[in-house]
Structure formats: structure tokens, C-alpha cells
Design a protein around this ligand. Structure first.
Ligand SMILES: Nc1ncnc2c1ncn2[C@@H]1O[C@H](COP(=O)(O)OP(=O)(O)OP(=O)(O)O)[C@@H](O)[C@H]1O
Ligand SMILES: [Mg+2]
Length: 176
């Protein structure tokens, strides 16, 4: 077996969360529908209380809470139905997309019931003319590869160490 193949196999088996952490997230996800009238903020407070995860929350949108796993990866937990489908979409799109666009998508390593583990990025993209031009060019790369980049905006991208723009929230992208 080649070294590359061994590495891939090891990565496939990788488990980022303990069994107990997975069960706590599952408990939250199974109760998520009980709070249809709560705001995303209120739902996140309830989710935090139910899950009691030992990780720092480093971000959130309207649909997901994002925790720093402390090892170069983040955990995204759904707080809405859109969050659930976004997690699934990011995992499947990353693993099934054309190789030309994979470098522009932040890697998703693992998926479970209502959660995914994604590589952590450190540099958000500031609002400036260069980044706005990169964003337009990135949009066109996705179109050319048969992907409608729904909700692609500066808040949903980051910059890699090589200054390349990568998308961290592509849960609403549509493969045409
Ligand atoms: N891979 C990542 N590395 C570091 N921080 C991240 C990463 N992914 C998300 N974040 C942080 O968490 C925030 C929310 O993430 P994300 O945009 O995926 O959530 P969302 O609920 O789907 O958002 P939206 O409200 O746009 O639907 C981001 O704006 C960012 O600050
Ligand atoms: Mg977002």
C-alpha cells in the first residue's frame, strides 16, 4: 500500500469527537424542532445548555454555531433546518465536486447527525477592492464548473496562508 493511500485511509477513520459529544449533539438536534418561534440567538443558548461542549464558540451565523476544536479544525452544529441541509451540502459538495474547484472550498473532514468538522481558517477577508474583485472571479469559477454559488459574499469566505480566497460557508450552493 502506498504512503498516500495509507494517509487517506487514516484520515477516513479519523474521529474528531468522542461518543459522548456525538450523543449530546444528537440530543440537541432531535429537540431542535421544539423551538420554532425562538430566535437563532435563543436557540443557540438552548443548544449550548443541552450540549455543554468543552469547546469555545468562535462564530455563528443564522443557521449554525461554530466551535474551535483546538486542533486546527472547527465543529459546525446546526441550529435550524437550513443548518442541517447546509452541513450535508458542504460535506457532499466538497467530496464530490470537480477537482478544479475543490481548492476554493474549505475542506470538510467528517460529518455526523447535525454536525460537520471543517478545517479552521484564521484570516477573514476584509472589505476592500482586491477582495471584491477576487470574489467576482471566484463566482465565475463556480459558474464555469456548473455550480450556482448562492450566498457567496465576503462574510462567507476567508484567505488562506497563500492569500487565496476560500469559501467557508457553501451550504447553499447548488450544483446545476
Ligand atoms: N472554517 C472556519 N474556520 C474559522 N471560522 C469559521 C469557519 N467556518 C465558519 N466560521 C465562523 O463562523 C461564522 C458562521 O459560520 P457559517 O457562515 O458557516 O454559519 P451559517 O449559520 O451557515 O451562516 P449564515 O447565517 O450565512 O447562513 C463565520 O462567519 C465565521 O466567523
Ligand atoms: Mg455564513
Amino acid at each position: 500500500m502506498s504512503d498516500n493511500h495509507k494517509k487517506k485511509k487514516r484520515l477516513k477513520k479519523r474521529r474528531f469527537l468522542t461518543k459522548q459529544e456525538r450523543q449530546l449533539i444528537e440530543r440537541w438536534v432531535s429537540q431542535m424542532g421544539n423551538y420554532p418561534l425562538d430566535t437563532p440567538y435563543q436557540k443557540m443558548k438552548i443548544a449550548e445548555q443541552i450540549m455543554q461542549l468543552p469547546y469555545k464558540m468562535i462564530g455563528n451565523g443564522l443557521n449554525r454555531m461554530v466551535f474551535d476544536l483546538g486542533n486546527g479544525y472547527v465543529l459546525k452544529v446546526a441550529v435550524s433546518g437550513i443548518g442541517l441541509t447546509s452541513n450535508k451540502k458542504e460535506y457532499t459538495l466538497y467530496h464530490s465536486c470537480h477537482k478544479e474547484i475543490r481548492p476554493f472550498l474549505c475542506p470538510v473532514l467528517e460529518m455526523g447527525e447535525g454536525w460537520i468538522v471543517m478545517k479552521k481558517v484564521k484570516r477573514k477577508a476584509a472589505i476592500n477592492i482586491n477582495n471584491l474583485i477576487s470574489l467576482v472571479m471566484l463566482s465565475s469559477t463556480f459558474y464555469r464548473n456548473g455550480i450556482l454559488p448562492v450566498d457567496l459574499r465576503l462574510d462567507n469566505v476567508a484567505l488562506s496562508t497563500e492569500n487565496k480566497m476560500i469559501v467557508i460557508d457553501y451550504g447553499l450552493f447548488i450544483a446545476l
